[in-house]
Design a binder for this molecule. Structure first.
Ligand SMILES: *Cc1c(COP(=O)(O)O)cnc(C)c1O
Length: 848
């Protein structure tokens, strides 16, 4: 049997081998790098200009365009030269050492496996819903640009997320077109003998067979699994049908496929990642399977295997509300994973449940996937500074008695893959000032380079963008209206809506109530007055889906559509249906101001506002998520007071008024105030600052470098240390941890004295360590910071070790007088080099 080296090949039935040169077109089309690298656009446009504009899907184009047309073009020498040149460049760039190879040549990091329920990479591959997939897709692309060795792991959905139709009366309809794998830019993963690579999961009753696919993203690969295998029990074939649809059962099975199946796939491919990045808790079962594989290799029990492997797991949490965590009833976990726990992991079902519950005695709690992710990772982070803070609150129950700011959750603020979101003309402008390779390494020089653009040049660039945008909006709207049966007169009218000279506000995002998409509708008469001011008119473009189960969200769409239907509004507000990546790309390139109105702190990060930066639009947003750390008065506008007001209608009303004021008094006047050349100088100045300062900072270029240097490299080192020699260090840690668990309850502060000597305090304490050694613990003096400053943590020194390990240990410390004496308190925590407290062991003893 020659099954050793799986590789990918396109679905051969659809591949005309007799057409010389077709394989080159296929090689380009199957590489999603062409979704952001505009260099190949011309190749596709020549095949079928109309279809290209409509779909931006090269692989789909190759399936659809007539063979005659393809062979004519391939026979054309200019076309062929262009194609050969692109192929040569593509292959060269795959071999060129990237930022990672240059900056971290001898690191312990060979592979990061990036697990995510969704990836938003291209319109041609609709396996995403929104923000989470956006983060995953954009990070994968930046990993390619920087040469960071990441492989993605996800699911290939037969239907994916729903597509949106909107009725004339504003009702949303969800439809589910079939994702035909033959038309998607994916290739089946095959063994060397041509056999399709399949992964087997032993679920109770029926095994599940999973088919494996590969997506090429430049030099980076994304592996996808789907359950639509004919050998499966028929209902199981639908597991990977819809994204975020179905019941808890189905969701659990999807997560089993992603986490357990995904890790098994890597094993089958011979990939041994040092680091596993869990993009949200959905993927947390990978923790179990990774530990199981380690058990299998080393013969260690589950506890030690988890200690070894968790050091290499990185968890990013994305939700800002408790309800956002994925949870499953314990009975469901027992049903699907009981046997796996008992037989494969060698642990009891209760031990498994405890990994996803608040505390071991909470056996009836739902199983929380984010808790499992925290307990199985060596580093945890939120997606903005504010969200880090919010997450420390959300996860505090896992770390009882620990101060909030020591809950071990940091943050890596999100970014976007700038080359995917810049328009062709923005790309041109940035290339002129910052060079072609501007996103392939560190970006420190970009700020200065962008500042060199003149007001006039910036304004000409924006003026052209507005023109392009209005043309696009009209075309899109006409198609949309015709499809929903609008009267001919209205369709004709649609061809003249909007004006490229008018200030354009954009609002597009998921219609969920906390995002307050209806904030602008708070006072419809005032909004109408703003829009229709004859001297300084405003137009508003909107888009967004509401989850099919979110009726409140759907009602907000209806509210807008009905507002827009009024004849006096129609010229000024357009709602485009079926918000997806393609539409999003046009919106972020075309609007002047991007609005965002969430209730703080529920927008964990938000990314759409980052996409407009490179294109020169300006953000007007609630001080929430990324904007809370990005905002300053000279680069955009802020809404809210930086405080939390929950779901308070009175506060919403106040913010709506503030939003109208801001538009009337600042945004609109600044846009329409022109110098003698017609340039809005203050506006372009603000725009330039936003472009220069924020674009690099909120790019996945910065994000992936940060993850690499602050998370992946330390995680790879830690995993290497713990796993070496069949997990020797992990085994030692497991023994130590067990000792700590056994002895901890008997630990006691026996007495503490303090006296002042001049400007110093001298503390002395006797501590009973209950058989632990002084090097097993840190005895600390702790005081809260003054005026919100950092807390004081001073390590006390063990002065005297008694002969009897059960006896009293004497600790002493002299500290300068900073607080009053009574503000100091003593605490004891477990301590071990290379081991993280409280993430891995959450014990703490306070003096009182
Ligand atoms: C960027 C994007 C999102 C996420 O944007 P938010 O600001 O997080 O709402 C969602 N959907 C699409 C299609 C996008 O392009």
């Amino acid at each position: 049997m020659d099954k050793q080296t799986p590789s990918s090949s396109p679905l051969t039935a659809l591949f005309p081998r007799d057409l010389e040169g077709f394989d080159l077109l296929a090689e380009l089309a199957l590489d999603l790098r062409c979704s952001w690298n505009h260099a190949t656009d011309d190749i596709w446009r020549q095949l079928d200009p109309e279809l290209w504009e409509l779909t931006h899907n090269p692989w789909g184009l190759l399936q659809t365009v007539s063979r005659d047309q393809i062979s004519t073009l391939l026979a054309d020498s200019a076309y062929r030269t262009q194609l050969d040149e692109l192929i040569k460049k593509k292959r060269e760039s795959a071999k060129t050492p990237g930022w990672f190879q240059k900056n971290h040549p001898k690191s312990a990091l060979n592979t990061v496996a990036y697990f995510s329920m969704e990836f938003m990479l291209s319109d041609a591959l609709p396996i995403y819903s929104g923000g989470l997939g956006n983060v995953a897709g954009d990070q994968l692309k930046a990993a390619n640009d920087l040469g960071v060795p990441v492989v993605g792991v996800g699911l290939l959905y037969q239907q994916g997320y729903f597509r949106q139709l909107i009725d004339n009366d504003g009702s949303q309809k969800a439809v589910y077109p079939y994702n035909d794998p033959g038309q998607l830019p994916v290739s089946p993963l095959r063994h060397a003998n041509g056999e399709w690579l399949r992964i087997k999961l032993d679920l109770p009753g029926h095994p599940i067979w999973l088919r494996a696919w590969q997506v090429q993203v430049g030099r980076t690969k994304l592996y996808l699994l789907d359950s639509n295998d004919t050998a499966n029990y028929a209902p199981f074939r639908a597991i990977t049908s819809e994204l975020y649809g179905g019941s808890a059962d189905l969701r659990l099975m999807q997560e089993l496929v992603l986490g357990i199946g995904g890790w098994r796939l890597l094993e089958a491919l011979g990939i041994e990642p040092e680091v596993c990045h869990l993009n949200e808790g959905h993927a947390a079962f990978a923790i179990l399977e990774r530990a199981r594989c380690f058990m299998h290799k080393t013969g260690l029990p589950f506890a030690a295997a988890l200690i070894a492997t968790r050091a290499g797991n990185v968890f990013t949490t994305h939700t800002a509300v408790e309800a956002g965590f994925d949870r499953f009833p314990p009975a469901l976990i027992e049903q699907w994973l009981g046997k796996y726990a008992n037989v494969e992991l060698g642990i009891s079902t209760n031990d498994l449940l405890a990994l996803g519950q608040e505390a071991p005695n909470h056996l009836t709690d739902d199983f929380n996937m984010a808790y499992l992710a925290v307990r199985g990772s060596g580093a945890v982070n939120g997606v903005s500074a504010l969200h880090g803070e919010v997450s420390r609150r959300l996860f505090a129950p896992l770390f009882p008695r620990w101060p909030l700011n020591e809950i071990p959750i940091g943050h890596v603020t999100n970014g976007v893959h700038t080359p995917s979101w810049d328009s062709a003309s923005a790309d041109e402008l940035w290339t002129k000032f910052c060079g072609k390779d501007r996103w392939l390494g560190a970006t420190d020089h970009l700020e200065k380079s962008i500042r060199a653009i003149s007001n006039t040049e910036l304004w000409n660039f924006r003026t052209a963008a507005s023109q392009t945008f209005v043309t696009y909006v009209r075309e899109h709207l006409v198609r949309q209206m015709a499809a929903s049966g609008a009267p001919q007169t209205e369709i004709e009218e649609a061809q003249h809506l909007f004006d490229p000279k008018v200030l354009t506000l954009g609002f597009a995002r998921r219609f969920a109530t906390y995002k307050r998409p209806n904030l602008l509708l708070h006072d419809p008469a005032r909004l109408l007055k703003i829009l229709t001011n004859p001297e300084r008119p405003v137009q508003l473009i909107m888009a967004g889906k509401a989850h099919p189960a979110d009726l409140a969200g759907q009602a907000l769409i209806k509210q807008w559509v009905q507002f827009i239907r009024q004849p006096q509004v129609r010229q000024h507000v357009i709602f485009l249906s079926d918000y997806d990546m393609l539409l999003s790309g046009h919106l972020v390139a075309g609007v002047d101001v991007w609005l965002n109105t969430p209730q703080r702190p529920w927008e964990a990060s938000g990314t759409s506002g980052m996409k407009v930066l490179v294109n020169g639009a300006i953000n007007l947003s609630e001080l929430d998520g990324w904007w809370a750390e990005a905002y300053s008065p000279d680069i955009g506008w802020a809404l809210g007071d930086g405080q939390e007001h929950g779901n308070d209608p009175a506060w919403d009303a106040q913010e709506a008024e503030a939003l109208y004021d801001l538009l009337e008094q600042e945004v609109i006047p600044e846009f329409y105030q022109r110098d003698s050349n017609g340039v809005p100088v203050e506006w372009t100045t603000r725009m330039r600052e936003s472009m220069a300062r924020l674009t690099p900072q909120f790019s996945t270029n910065r994000v992936v470098r940060e993850y690499t240097e602050q998370r992946y490299l330390p995680a790879a080192e830690a995993f290497k240390t713990r796993s070496a020699d069949n997990g020797k260090v992990a085994e030692q840690i497991a023994d130590w941890q067990q000792t700590i668990e056994q002895q901890w309850a008997g630990l006691r502060v026996d007495g503490i004295t303090a006296r002042q000597e001049g400007e110093q305090f001298i503390f002395a304490a006797t501590v009973l360590l209950n058989g632990l050694a002084p090097h097993d613990v840190s005895v600390e003096l702790y005081a809260n910071g003054i005026d919100g400053g950092d807390e004081i943590r001073e390590l006390m020194e063990c002065m005297d070790v008694p002969d009897d390990k059960m006896g009293a240990h004497l600790y002493r410390l002299t500290v300068p007088e900073r607080q009053t004496l009574s503000e100091y308190t003593l605490r004891i925590i477990p301590h071990r080099e290379g081991f993280s407290t409280p993430l891995e062991v959450n014990h703490i003893v306070w003096e009182h």
